[in-house]
Design a protein around this ligand. Structure first.
Ligand SMILES: [Zn+2]
Length: 100
């Protein structure tokens, strides 16, 4: 029982230490970083800091990020929505067939 309590305390201590150390080393808005795409020295923005907090340790500058966004296929999320609607319609149809 004491071993389990010790392990829990150790895990909590490790978690607190990890969160404190990551908040100290987290970049701030205005800090410089090197763009992972073009290599330019640019300042951190709220977007790059959010990405850093989400676990990404390299970011692209605003221009490279915008170019990347433009290069993404548009409407890729629409297919999922369309399939979701189709699934709901199919479920309703099955339910109607079963209950009638
Ligand atoms: Zn760039």
């Amino acid at each position: 029982m004491e071993i389990i309590g010790g392990l829990i305390v150790l895990a909590i201590g490790f978690y607190i230490l990890k969160s404190v150390s990551s908040s100290f080393s987290a970049p701030k808005v205005g800090d410089y970083f090197t763009c992972s795409s073009c290599g330019a020295k640019v300042r951190h923005s709220h977007r790059t800091i959010k990405a850093w907090k989400d676990g990404l340790r390299s970011s692209a500058c605003g221009d490279c990020y915008n170019n990347w966004q433009k290069a993404q296929p548009k409407g890729s999320g629409f297919n999922f929505g369309w399939l979701g609607c189709l699934a709901v319609v199919a479920l309703i149809a099955v339910a109607v067939i079963i209950f009638l």
